[in-house]
Write a protein that binds this ligand. Structure first.
Ligand code: CA
Length: 395
């Protein structure tokens, strides 16, 4: 996985995580190990991955090939310089991996959309009429996305209490279990990315927590959608898994009925069997598993999201983030914990508090709670883990 790290007095630069070590790509480049590749090693001395990503897919694959060779060559070319190029992961500080120009959050988790519909609009069809025809999304705030480990301050806002607007700290702070895509291509305005080309625009994938204040959201969201309930913070994992590594987990998605319009029809399976977990650690307690889900429960796949995003000619920029929307599994899935990707759903709108092993209950998050998202895929060669997205709530 690629990321941006610093340690000691060294400035942030690109690294590659392997086991419990970070391979310093700036130093690897300075030592000439990237010679012969279509890559100027100066891109690894930058405080974001944007310049590296902008080199394009052929360069990403060539660099990863070379790194794999350096790590797996039986002659161990890095053995004599181990301490120069490997840093124990416990010693590094991680930074946001990319400079994010734009952030779009989809709503592609159909179980979540259905659950929210049941709660927010109990008297109608839980899914709005457009849901199975297009991947719904909103434009979020890029500059309040923070790297895993950054504390998140409970936001103030306006919400209803006894049907009267009041102002104060949110009383319904929640997480959302999502995946984020890091865009790897610049396109100019007017360019349409077809569904078949869409995956080539993705550099990598991260875990993504779209923190949400449900009381503020419920009051403000009509008619234009989320605003202050969402834009105070989102947390993403520091390590980016290159997208092509997901190939081992590629699966067919759900049957899409009615059939989508031609520009959204995919020819190859575009879903991925990515195991997802949410953990909650109270201020003075142990971390507990709160929920288990899987990316196969998304209705729309990543290629369809990108094709829809660009079908009007909307441009893409390297470093843009597109998040999936909350990924809940059906309640019928078996799990030792819950299967939903938010406390809104796990506590069913606050009506069914979740009881933790220490006896305390949660409808929404308490100050001092830490939420951690984790994920992995199983491959013939073993498990590949994504980074983790962790954030602690402060008053
Ligand atoms: Ca969301």
């Amino acid at each position: 996985m690629f990321g941006i790290f610093s340690y000691g007095i060294a400035s942030p630069r690109a690294g590659f995580k392997t086991g419990d070590f970070v391979l310093d790509l700036e130093v690897i480049g300075l030592l000439g190990f990237f010679q012969g590749l279509p890559v100027n090693p100066a891109v690894f001395a930058q405080p974001t991955l944007n310049d590296f990503i902008a080199l394009g897919k052929a360069a990403w694959l060539a660099v990863q090939d070379r790194i794999n060779h350096l790590l797996n060559d039986p002659e161990q070319p890095l053995a004599t310089i181990h301490d120069q190029v490997f840093i124990d992961v416990s010693r590094v500080t991680m930074h946001l991996p990319v400079q994010i120009g734009d952030y779009t959050d989809f709503y592609a988790g159909i179980e979540h959309a259905r659950n929210v519909g049941l709660m927010f609009r109990p008297n109608g069809d839980p899914l709005l009429p457009n849901y199975r025809h297009l991947p719904v999304a909103y434009h979020g705030r890029a500059s309040s996305i923070v790297v895993s480990g950054t504390p998140v301050k409970r936001p103030d806002g306006q919400f209803l209490r006894n049907d009267q607007p009041v102002f104060g700290p949110t009383e319904a702070l929640d997480f959302e279990l999502e995946l984020g895509l890091i865009m790897g291509k610049n396109t100019s305005p007017g360019t349409v990315v077809s569904v078949d080309e869409a995956e080539d625009c993705i550099f990598g994938i991260v875990l993504f927590n779209d923190w949400s204040a449900r009381d503020i959201q419920r009051w403000e969201y009509q008619p234009l959608g989320p605003f202050l309930a969402k834009n105070f913070a989102s947390t993403m994992s520091a390590w980016v898994l290159p997208f092509h590594q997901l190939d081992a987990a590629r699966i067919a998605g759900p049957v899409q009925e009615p059939e989508p319009l031609p520009y959204l029809q995919t020819r190859q399976p575009g879903h991925f069997d990515i195991h997802l977990e949410v953990f909650l650690q109270p201020a003075n307690g142990d971390e507990v598993l709160l929920s288990q889900s899987n990316a196969r429960h998304l209705y729309w796949n990543f290629a369809q999201m990108i094709a829809h995003h660009t079908v009007n000619g909307c441009n893409l920029n390297v470093g843009d983030v597109m998040a999936s929307g909350t990924i809940s599994a059906p309640a019928t899935e078996t799990s030792p914990a819950g299967t939903f990707g938010s406390l809104l759903e796990l506590s069913w709108g606050g009506q069914k508090p979740v009881t933790l092993p220490d006896g305390s209950t949660r409808t929404y998050l308490h100050d001092g709670d830490t939420v951690t998202l984790r994920g992995w895929i199983e491959t013939a060669a073993g498990r590949i883990t994504l980074g983790e997205a962790r954030g602690r709530i402060t008053a």
